[in-house]
Design a protein around this ligand. Structure first.
Ligand SMILES: C[S@@+](CC[C@H](N)C(=O)[O-])C[C@H]1O[C@@H](n2cnc3c(N)ncnc32)[C@H](O)[C@@H]1O
Length: 279
Protein backbone atom coordinates (compact mmCIF):
# COMPACT_ATOMS: atom_id res chain seq x y z
CA UNK A 1 0.00 0.00 0.00
CA UNK A 2 1.14 3.54 -0.62
CA UNK A 3 2.35 5.80 2.11
CA UNK A 4 0.00 8.69 2.98
CA UNK A 5 2.03 11.37 4.72
CA UNK A 6 0.70 14.39 2.85
CA UNK A 7 -2.90 14.51 3.99
CA UNK A 8 -3.49 17.76 5.83
CA UNK A 9 -4.20 21.15 4.34
CA UNK A 10 -1.57 23.20 6.21
CA UNK A 11 1.09 20.77 4.98
CA UNK A 12 -0.16 21.29 1.40
CA UNK A 13 0.00 25.08 1.81
CA UNK A 14 3.57 24.85 3.13
CA UNK A 15 4.39 22.44 0.32
CA UNK A 16 3.22 24.93 -2.28
CA UNK A 17 5.08 27.88 -0.73
CA UNK A 18 8.35 26.38 0.42
CA UNK A 19 9.26 23.32 -1.65
CA UNK A 20 11.35 23.26 -4.82
CA UNK A 21 9.98 24.87 -7.95
CA UNK A 22 11.10 23.35 -11.26
CA UNK A 23 10.81 26.56 -13.27
CA UNK A 24 13.97 27.38 -15.29
CA UNK A 25 15.58 23.95 -14.85
CA UNK A 26 14.49 22.84 -18.33
CA UNK A 27 13.51 19.34 -17.20
CA UNK A 28 10.36 19.40 -19.32
CA UNK A 29 12.55 20.30 -22.34
CA UNK A 30 14.67 17.17 -21.77
CA UNK A 31 11.52 15.06 -21.65
CA UNK A 32 10.20 16.68 -24.83
CA UNK A 33 13.47 16.15 -26.66
CA UNK A 34 13.40 12.47 -25.70
CA UNK A 35 9.78 12.23 -26.88
CA UNK A 36 9.89 14.57 -29.87
CA UNK A 37 9.96 12.20 -32.83
CA UNK A 38 6.86 10.48 -31.55
CA UNK A 39 4.96 13.59 -30.49
CA UNK A 40 5.05 15.74 -33.60
CA UNK A 41 2.65 13.37 -35.36
CA UNK A 42 0.15 13.50 -32.51
CA UNK A 43 -2.33 16.35 -32.00
CA UNK A 44 -3.96 14.42 -29.13
CA UNK A 45 -0.90 14.27 -26.91
CA UNK A 46 -1.49 13.45 -23.26
CA UNK A 47 0.90 13.78 -20.31
CA UNK A 48 0.16 12.50 -16.81
CA UNK A 49 2.10 13.63 -13.70
CA UNK A 50 1.71 11.07 -10.92
CA UNK A 51 2.22 12.07 -7.27
CA UNK A 52 1.88 15.63 -8.58
CA UNK A 53 1.65 17.30 -5.14
CA UNK A 54 0.45 20.86 -5.59
CA UNK A 55 1.35 20.73 -9.29
CA UNK A 56 4.86 22.27 -9.24
CA UNK A 57 5.97 20.21 -12.23
CA UNK A 58 2.52 19.52 -13.75
CA UNK A 59 1.99 23.18 -14.72
CA UNK A 60 5.21 23.18 -16.77
CA UNK A 61 3.84 20.40 -18.97
CA UNK A 62 0.58 22.21 -19.76
CA UNK A 63 1.89 24.41 -22.61
CA UNK A 64 3.58 21.42 -24.26
CA UNK A 65 0.73 18.87 -24.50
CA UNK A 66 -2.90 18.90 -25.69
CA UNK A 67 -3.94 17.65 -22.28
CA UNK A 68 -2.19 17.21 -18.93
CA UNK A 69 -3.53 15.33 -15.90
CA UNK A 70 -2.02 15.61 -12.41
CA UNK A 71 -2.79 12.74 -10.04
CA UNK A 72 -2.15 12.61 -6.29
CA UNK A 73 -3.55 10.52 -3.44
CA UNK A 74 -3.75 13.53 -1.11
CA UNK A 75 -6.98 15.53 -1.40
CA UNK A 76 -5.21 18.43 0.38
CA UNK A 77 -2.44 18.58 -2.25
CA UNK A 78 -4.96 18.29 -5.11
CA UNK A 79 -7.11 21.02 -3.62
CA UNK A 80 -4.16 23.50 -3.54
CA UNK A 81 -3.15 22.44 -7.08
CA UNK A 82 -6.68 23.12 -8.36
CA UNK A 83 -6.75 26.60 -6.80
CA UNK A 84 -3.78 27.73 -8.90
CA UNK A 85 -4.71 25.92 -12.15
CA UNK A 86 -5.60 28.40 -14.85
CA UNK A 87 -4.59 26.44 -17.94
CA UNK A 88 -7.71 25.04 -19.64
CA UNK A 89 -6.00 21.79 -20.67
CA UNK A 90 -4.86 20.97 -17.11
CA UNK A 91 -6.89 18.62 -14.95
CA UNK A 92 -6.17 17.40 -11.40
CA UNK A 93 -7.51 14.17 -9.94
CA UNK A 94 -7.32 12.47 -6.58
CA UNK A 95 -6.08 8.94 -7.16
CA UNK A 96 -3.33 6.44 -6.49
CA UNK A 97 -0.30 5.77 -8.67
CA UNK A 98 -0.89 2.03 -8.61
CA UNK A 99 -4.36 2.21 -10.16
CA UNK A 100 -5.17 4.70 -12.92
CA UNK A 101 -8.56 3.45 -14.16
CA UNK A 102 -9.47 6.75 -15.86
CA UNK A 103 -6.64 6.18 -18.38
CA UNK A 104 -7.15 3.79 -21.28
CA UNK A 105 -4.62 1.21 -22.44
CA UNK A 106 -1.96 2.70 -24.78
CA UNK A 107 -3.34 6.23 -24.35
CA UNK A 108 -0.58 8.35 -22.74
CA UNK A 109 2.47 9.94 -24.40
CA UNK A 110 4.39 10.88 -21.26
CA UNK A 111 4.09 9.77 -17.63
CA UNK A 112 6.15 11.78 -15.14
CA UNK A 113 6.70 11.39 -11.44
CA UNK A 114 8.80 13.89 -9.47
CA UNK A 115 9.99 13.14 -5.96
CA UNK A 116 7.15 10.71 -5.40
CA UNK A 117 8.29 7.25 -6.56
CA UNK A 118 9.59 6.46 -3.06
CA UNK A 119 6.02 6.46 -1.79
CA UNK A 120 4.53 4.16 -4.44
CA UNK A 121 4.25 0.42 -4.66
CA UNK A 122 6.81 0.49 -7.47
CA UNK A 123 6.01 -2.83 -9.23
CA UNK A 124 2.29 -1.98 -9.34
CA UNK A 125 2.98 1.56 -10.54
CA UNK A 126 5.34 0.36 -13.30
CA UNK A 127 2.78 -2.23 -14.45
CA UNK A 128 0.14 0.50 -14.63
CA UNK A 129 2.53 2.81 -16.53
CA UNK A 130 3.23 0.00 -19.02
CA UNK A 131 -0.52 -0.46 -19.55
CA UNK A 132 -1.33 3.23 -20.14
CA UNK A 133 1.71 4.34 -22.21
CA UNK A 134 1.36 4.39 -25.98
CA UNK A 135 3.93 2.34 -27.85
CA UNK A 136 7.02 4.65 -27.99
CA UNK A 137 5.57 6.69 -25.11
CA UNK A 138 7.90 7.68 -22.27
CA UNK A 139 8.19 7.49 -18.52
CA UNK A 140 10.25 10.12 -16.70
CA UNK A 141 11.17 9.47 -13.05
CA UNK A 142 12.70 12.24 -10.93
CA UNK A 143 14.21 11.34 -7.56
CA UNK A 144 15.30 13.87 -4.92
CA UNK A 145 18.97 13.21 -4.11
CA UNK A 146 19.04 13.98 -0.39
CA UNK A 147 22.59 12.63 -0.12
CA UNK A 148 24.01 15.87 -1.54
CA UNK A 149 21.67 18.54 -0.22
CA UNK A 150 23.05 21.80 1.14
CA UNK A 151 21.76 24.69 3.23
CA UNK A 152 23.83 27.87 3.04
CA UNK A 153 23.55 31.35 4.42
CA UNK A 154 22.65 33.13 1.19
CA UNK A 155 24.79 36.22 1.65
CA UNK A 156 27.91 37.80 0.26
CA UNK A 157 31.17 36.69 1.91
CA UNK A 158 30.16 33.09 2.57
CA UNK A 159 31.32 31.55 5.80
CA UNK A 160 32.14 27.91 5.16
CA UNK A 161 31.91 26.79 8.79
CA UNK A 162 28.44 28.28 9.15
CA UNK A 163 27.39 26.71 5.84
CA UNK A 164 28.69 23.29 6.90
CA UNK A 165 26.79 23.51 10.18
CA UNK A 166 23.57 24.65 8.43
CA UNK A 167 23.90 21.78 5.94
CA UNK A 168 24.50 19.25 8.69
CA UNK A 169 21.41 20.47 10.61
CA UNK A 170 19.31 20.29 7.45
CA UNK A 171 20.49 16.71 6.81
CA UNK A 172 19.48 15.78 10.34
CA UNK A 173 15.97 17.19 9.77
CA UNK A 174 15.57 15.39 6.44
CA UNK A 175 16.78 12.13 8.03
CA UNK A 176 14.19 12.37 10.82
CA UNK A 177 11.52 12.75 8.15
CA UNK A 178 12.80 9.85 6.03
CA UNK A 179 12.95 7.57 9.07
CA UNK A 180 9.17 7.85 9.41
CA UNK A 181 8.72 6.26 5.99
CA UNK A 182 8.54 2.56 5.12
CA UNK A 183 11.60 0.42 4.49
CA UNK A 184 11.37 0.61 0.67
CA UNK A 185 11.04 4.39 0.71
CA UNK A 186 14.03 4.76 3.03
CA UNK A 187 16.13 2.54 0.79
CA UNK A 188 15.23 4.54 -2.33
CA UNK A 189 16.04 7.84 -0.59
CA UNK A 190 19.46 6.70 0.61
CA UNK A 191 20.54 4.78 -2.51
CA UNK A 192 19.06 7.45 -4.84
CA UNK A 193 17.82 4.56 -6.93
CA UNK A 194 14.47 3.07 -7.84
CA UNK A 195 12.92 0.12 -9.66
CA UNK A 196 12.63 0.82 -13.39
CA UNK A 197 10.85 -0.62 -16.42
CA UNK A 198 12.69 -3.15 -18.53
CA UNK A 199 12.76 -0.90 -21.63
CA UNK A 200 15.88 -0.85 -23.85
CA UNK A 201 15.85 2.90 -24.60
CA UNK A 202 16.95 4.88 -21.57
CA UNK A 203 18.54 8.26 -20.76
CA UNK A 204 19.48 9.91 -17.50
CA UNK A 205 20.60 13.35 -16.38
CA UNK A 206 20.64 15.40 -13.22
CA UNK A 207 19.83 19.01 -12.30
CA UNK A 208 20.63 21.01 -9.21
CA UNK A 209 17.55 22.77 -7.89
CA UNK A 210 17.65 25.76 -5.56
CA UNK A 211 15.16 27.27 -3.14
CA UNK A 212 15.65 30.56 -1.27
CA UNK A 213 14.24 31.16 2.19
CA UNK A 214 13.83 34.63 3.59
CA UNK A 215 15.04 33.79 7.10
CA UNK A 216 14.41 31.13 9.73
CA UNK A 217 10.63 31.65 9.65
CA UNK A 218 10.41 30.50 6.03
CA UNK A 219 12.74 27.60 6.81
CA UNK A 220 10.17 26.57 9.44
CA UNK A 221 7.54 26.43 6.66
CA UNK A 222 9.91 24.24 4.66
CA UNK A 223 10.34 21.84 7.61
CA UNK A 224 6.56 21.69 7.97
CA UNK A 225 6.22 20.62 4.33
CA UNK A 226 7.93 17.27 5.02
CA UNK A 227 5.39 14.46 5.12
CA UNK A 228 7.50 12.23 7.37
CA UNK A 229 8.15 15.04 9.85
CA UNK A 230 4.44 15.83 9.93
CA UNK A 231 3.69 12.18 10.67
CA UNK A 232 6.25 12.25 13.50
CA UNK A 233 4.66 15.37 15.00
CA UNK A 234 1.17 13.89 14.79
CA UNK A 235 2.39 10.83 16.68
CA UNK A 236 4.36 12.95 19.19
CA UNK A 237 2.12 15.99 19.75
CA UNK A 238 4.22 17.29 22.67
CA UNK A 239 7.42 17.31 20.66
CA UNK A 240 9.28 20.63 20.55
CA UNK A 241 11.31 19.46 17.57
CA UNK A 242 10.43 22.29 15.14
CA UNK A 243 11.21 25.02 17.70
CA UNK A 244 14.40 23.23 18.72
CA UNK A 245 15.58 23.13 15.10
CA UNK A 246 14.69 26.81 14.63
CA UNK A 247 16.68 27.73 17.74
CA UNK A 248 19.68 25.67 16.66
CA UNK A 249 19.65 27.26 13.21
CA UNK A 250 19.34 30.75 14.72
CA UNK A 251 22.27 30.00 17.03
CA UNK A 252 24.45 28.73 14.14
CA UNK A 253 23.71 31.85 12.08
CA UNK A 254 24.11 34.10 15.15
CA UNK A 255 27.80 33.14 15.36
CA UNK A 256 28.42 35.26 12.24
CA UNK A 257 25.35 37.32 11.35
CA UNK A 258 23.93 40.19 13.42
CA UNK A 259 20.28 39.38 12.47
CA UNK A 260 20.28 35.57 12.47
CA UNK A 261 16.48 35.24 12.28
CA UNK A 262 16.30 37.15 9.01
CA UNK A 263 19.51 35.90 7.36
CA UNK A 264 18.58 34.70 3.84
CA UNK A 265 19.11 30.96 3.30
CA UNK A 266 19.56 28.89 0.15
CA UNK A 267 18.67 25.21 0.01
CA UNK A 268 20.00 23.12 -2.90
CA UNK A 269 19.59 19.52 -3.94
CA UNK A 270 20.22 17.42 -7.05
CA UNK A 271 17.32 15.86 -8.92
CA UNK A 272 18.26 12.57 -10.50
CA UNK A 273 16.21 12.14 -13.67
CA UNK A 274 15.70 8.92 -15.64
CA UNK A 275 13.72 8.57 -18.89
CA UNK A 276 12.53 5.31 -20.46
CA UNK A 277 10.76 4.66 -23.77
CA UNK A 278 8.21 1.88 -24.08
CA UNK A 279 9.08 -0.24 -27.13
C1 LIG B 1 7.35 14.69 -2.05
S1 LIG B 1 5.78 14.94 -2.78
C2 LIG B 1 6.21 15.38 -4.47
C3 LIG B 1 5.19 16.29 -5.10
C4 LIG B 1 5.52 16.90 -6.45
N1 LIG B 1 5.61 15.89 -7.48
C5 LIG B 1 6.81 17.69 -6.39
O1 LIG B 1 7.73 17.38 -7.14
O2 LIG B 1 6.90 18.66 -5.63
C6 LIG B 1 5.16 13.30 -2.98
C7 LIG B 1 3.70 13.29 -3.40
O3 LIG B 1 3.33 11.94 -3.71
C8 LIG B 1 2.00 11.73 -3.28
N2 LIG B 1 1.80 10.30 -3.15
C9 LIG B 1 2.34 9.46 -2.23
N3 LIG B 1 1.94 8.20 -2.45
C10 LIG B 1 1.13 8.23 -3.56
C11 LIG B 1 0.42 7.24 -4.29
N4 LIG B 1 0.50 5.97 -3.97
N5 LIG B 1 -0.31 7.64 -5.35
C12 LIG B 1 -0.38 8.95 -5.71
N6 LIG B 1 0.27 9.93 -5.04
C13 LIG B 1 1.03 9.57 -3.99
C14 LIG B 1 1.92 12.52 -1.96
O4 LIG B 1 0.59 12.82 -1.59
C15 LIG B 1 2.74 13.75 -2.30
O5 LIG B 1 1.95 14.80 -2.79
Amino acid sequence: MSERHFEDSSLAENYEKYRLQYTDLGIEDNALTFLREELKEDPQSLAVDVGCGTGQFTVLLAPRFSKVIGVDCSSAQISVAKQKAIEGNLEYREGVAEHLPFLGDNSVDLVTTMGAMQYFDAPQFLAEVHRVLKPRGCLMIGIFDVTNLSLHADTEGKNSTVNERCTSLCREIVNVSIQQLGENAQKMFYTVDHPSPDYPEFQSFSKRALKHFNGVHEFEGFMKSFGGLRTYLQENPNSTMINDYKERLTEILGAVFSSPKTTPLAYAMDLKMSMYRKP
